[in-house]
Design a protein around this ligand. Structure first.
Ligand code: FES
Length: 121
């Protein structure tokens, strides 16, 4: 099944049907949801939102490190829904997105997936 329901938890539960073959950003914007975006290829992080429930495929993104992914961040310009999902969108969702690298450096397993080393047991 490729049709999935997207509910926006911080927009009064507004809900939209999307096709799992197309990126979420394009489909939500087509339906009138005002979402920030920049590069549209998964590299700049502008379109990040937080996944509250459900599953997505965002293998094409290169903007997020493992910590951001573990915190639920999704790059909407490349992510596709693989189930019904609930998202928090916009700046309200960005509370854990950015960090001060001097005060809060990433641990080796929290780096980008292609350079991260496994977490110590
Ligand atoms: S718009 Fe740049 S990562 Fe999505």
């Amino acid at each position: 099944m490729t049709e999935h329901l997207v509910t926006l938890s911080n927009r009064d539960g507004a809900a939209y049907m999307v096709n799992g073959r197309r990126p979420l950003l394009e489909q939500l914007r087509d339906q009138g949801v005002d979402l920030p975006y920049g590069c549209e290829y998964g590299g700049c992080i502008t379109c990040a939102a937080k996944l509250v429930e459900g599953n997505i495929d965002q293998r094409r993104q290169v903007a997020l490190n493992n910590r951001q992914i573990a915190n639920g961040y999704v790059i909407l310009c490349v992510a596709r829904a693989t189930s019904d999902i609930k998202l928090q969108i916009g700046v309200e969702s960005h509370d854990n997105l950015y960090r001060n690298p001097f005060l809060d450096p990433l641990k080796p397993h929290e780096l980008k997936a292609d350079i991260a080393t496994p977490e110590d047991p």
